[in-house]
Each structure stands twice: as C-alpha cells, then as structure tokens.
Design a protein around this ligand. Sequence first.
Ligand code: PGA
Length: 254
Amino acid sequence: MRKALIAGNWKMNTTPDEAKNLVRVILNELNNSDDVEILLCPPYISLLSVKELLRGTSVKLGAQNMYFVDKGAYTGEISPLMLSDLCDFVILGHSERRQYFFETDEMVNKKLKKALEYGLKPILCVGENLKTNEAGKTKEVVTAQVTAGLTGIKPTKELVIAYEPIWAIGTGKAATGRQAGATIGLIRSIVSGLWGGGTAEAVRVLYGGSVTGSNITEFITEPDVDGALVGGASLKASEFVNIINQTAKLKQAL
Ligand code: PGA
C-alpha cells in the first residue's frame, strides 16, 4: 500500500520571515494523520529555519532543486552534500527548471543519481507542454522523459515521480482526474517495464498542476494517483491543510 504524499512547492516565494510564519500557521492548522505524508519545499535560504520548526513533527522537508556535483567552483549552486543532512526530499527536473534554466533530461538523470547516492528522495517531474498535448503526443514525451530520467538507475522504492502537465501549472486549468490517472498509469507501466512490477507498485506517482481544495478529490480517487505536488495553493496555509485533510479522508475510506 503506497502512502499518499502531499508536497508543497513554494517556488521562489516567501522571505525568510514569511516562510517561518507560513510553517507555523500550517502546523497550527494540521490535524495528526498517519494516512498522508506531508512535505514542504521552501526556498533554499529557509531550509534551516523551517527544519527547526518541523522538529518533532512528522512533516518532511525538501529542496526545490540541486546540482549534481558534491562541491567545487560552481558559483550559486547547492550540492547534494549540502542538502543531505538537511532534507528528506529534493524536487528534480521541474518544468520551470527545464524551461527557464535549460535543464535537459541528461542533467536531470545525473541529479537523480546523486540525490539517491546521498539518501535524498528524488521527486522526478515530467510533463508535456500544451502543443504536445494538443498534438496527442503526451504519451511519447512522458515516456521519453521518464526513460531518460531513470537511465542507469537501480530500482528503488524511494523514487517519487510527479506528472505535471506544463499547461496546467499555475494556470488554474488543472488536468481532469481521468487525464491525470491515465498518464500516471502509463508512468507506472514505464517504471514496471524498466524496474519490474514489484518496484513500480511501490513507487509513488503524484499529480501536479493547479491542484486546489476544490479539485483534489478528482485526483486522489484515481487508483494510480498517490498524491499531489502543489504550487500556488501550498502558499495558503488553510488551502494546503484542506488538501491534506481531504486526501487523508479519502485514503481512509479506500
Ligand atoms: P501550481 O504548481 O499548483 O501552482 O500549478 C504546481 C507545480 O509547479 O509544482
């Protein structure tokens, strides 16, 4: 049985003070539930202070990116070595990284290998753009991204994959539960082909793209969808907690 995961990707939002306030409010509003794993991914500069605030709770901490070298002359980069004692998870290959910072599948693959080497659980993001979607080529693109991302990686149940169609990110136009469920089913079958059915059944696959308290039910009720990577709605404590609570309720009922 895969444990649901609700992850908040704060992106380039929150000053250090705002980050601390947001965590405090989220923790205050959270009910204890063992049915959902909760993950917060604040900006790098708030990782330490958020970690302090999360001490003694079951809420996990993640980074939004990292470089694939341990240390050295890479001005401005953050390494897996630096994150390893700090974080549980790291988001890799987010479409904004691919689009604005020219990250390739090859780079994402290197990052994945490094994350695993350092005991960080990677969240590999994949997803097609609007043009690809309208051309009916979602399957090809997602298959290529997952296959390239996992090249040379030994089967591991620690991997998380997030299916995030680019046209749904930050647009308010989420995929339907059926669309997400179908592509996520495809992703699981790709992982099964590469790593075998046992591991594929254990790997969690999330949906991301305009998830809110109003549409989370659609996604969570899809059998292959194991949770959500939430952007905008994770910056509003009560909305984020609402998403977590609905997920817990639905998972208890299943
Ligand atoms: P969104 O972002 O929820 O604001 O659409 C999701 C993401 O990019 O992870």
